[in-house]
Design a protein around this ligand. Structure first.
Ligand SMILES: [Zn+2]
Length: 106
């Protein structure tokens, strides 16, 4: 007459929830990222089309591990004119602010 089975219903989900800032959709897929066979990037919205917040989550045998979020700058952010450079600066300001909020909420 054991009733222990009622306790463990929530921990069986194989895909942990995304951070609140991720725009990739609930339960977005794992794939191969670099040397990781099972990994996915959580990706924020674009900040003025020049930068985003990203975080790499990897899964090995155990539970998923999410690394610290970082700012990713668009690869086109070089050879800029003054107007574009100002946009990049504004974009990074927004991303820095967002990253501080994310880290503050941990
Ligand atoms: Zn995500």
């Amino acid at each position: 007459m054991s009733k222990t089975s009622t306790v463990q219903t929530q921990s069986t989900s194989s895909t942990p929830p995304c951070p609140s800032w991720c725009t990739q959709g609930v339960g977005h897929e794992y794939g191969s990222v670099g040397r990781h066979e099972l990994a996915r990037y959580h990706i924020s919205k674009d900040y003025l089309d020049w930068s985003q917040i990203m975080a790499l989550e990897t899964r090995l045998d155990g539970p998923a591990v999410c690394e610290a979020p970082f700012i990713s700058v668009c690869a086109d952010a070089e050879g800029l004119n003054a107007e574009e450079a100002a946009e990049v600066v504004a974009s990074l300001s927004l991303a820095i602010q967002q990253l501080a909020e994310i880290n503050g909420a941990r």
